[in-house]
Design a protein around this ligand. Sequence first.
Ligand SMILES: Nc1ncnc2c1ncn2[C@@H]1O[C@H](COP(=O)(O)OP(=O)(O)O)[C@@H](O)[C@H]1O
Ligand SMILES: [Mg+2]
Length: 256
Amino acid sequence: MNAILKVSGIAKKFVLHQQHGVVLEVLKNLSFELCPGECLVLAGRSGTGKSTLLRMLYGNYLAQEGSIRVRREEGAGGWLELVGAEPRRILAARRHTLGYVSQFLRVIPRVSTLDVVMEPARLRGQARAAAETRAEALLARLNIPERLWPLAPGTFSGGEQQRVNIARSFMLPWPILLLDEPTASLDEANRQVVLELIGEARAAGSAIIGIFHDPQARKAVASRFLNMDDEETREAEEIKEAEEIKEKEKETLHAG
Ligand SMILES: Nc1ncnc2c1ncn2[C@@H]1O[C@H](COP(=O)(O)OP(=O)(O)O)[C@@H](O)[C@H]1O
Ligand SMILES: [Mg+2]
């Protein structure tokens, strides 16, 4: 398969100017490629830079080193270098190529839930009727009661807002879809719906990069893992896992 995303040697540091200029080195020399239909799950402890990486891929954070290339859907095709790209090019990539489910819904006052969900499709020029049909189907699948659809989601519960956010993100088929803990505050039934939506997107050819808090969800969707812990932490984890396997083998020996 041909890659749709090529990340090569990227690095990210944060300088905390408010705190004596302390430098946080979050990502260092990170490289990987992603193909359509894959689901790459970012693994690693909290604070290893998983969300930071997604923000860099979405063009929110600038990489200080390296290259992030996205295969272009629109216009002449070819590759778009996101690092240092002009803002209008980043915006075009977001409209056509990059979908992103953040952890929180950005609520616009007075815009109805149905319109919030339809917006990505309307921006790409889809007719209102077709967009509405898809939006309603998604909201129903994600168990948002129909009486809420005409209301602005500002006053919804955290879980409801997250489901509206997910419905919005799955309105369109995205060549690359970035998911930052999309199942975090959902109950089992809704989590299952999200996992199904991810499966459908992959089958339709989306390339997905996701962060999943829940190990079950992680296992259910991943076609590949990228461990973002440093070498020392990774080795410690591997030793721990090997010891746990040994313990289990001992137990089964005794039981047998
Ligand atoms: N805008 C920012 N300014 C300063 N530090 C940041 C910023 N964004 C993230 N960080 C820091 O970078 C590290 C990685 O954060 P994050 O990518 O959110 O981790 P993860 O998603 O793996 O838990 C953390 O130590 C966090 O405090
Ligand atoms: Mg995070």
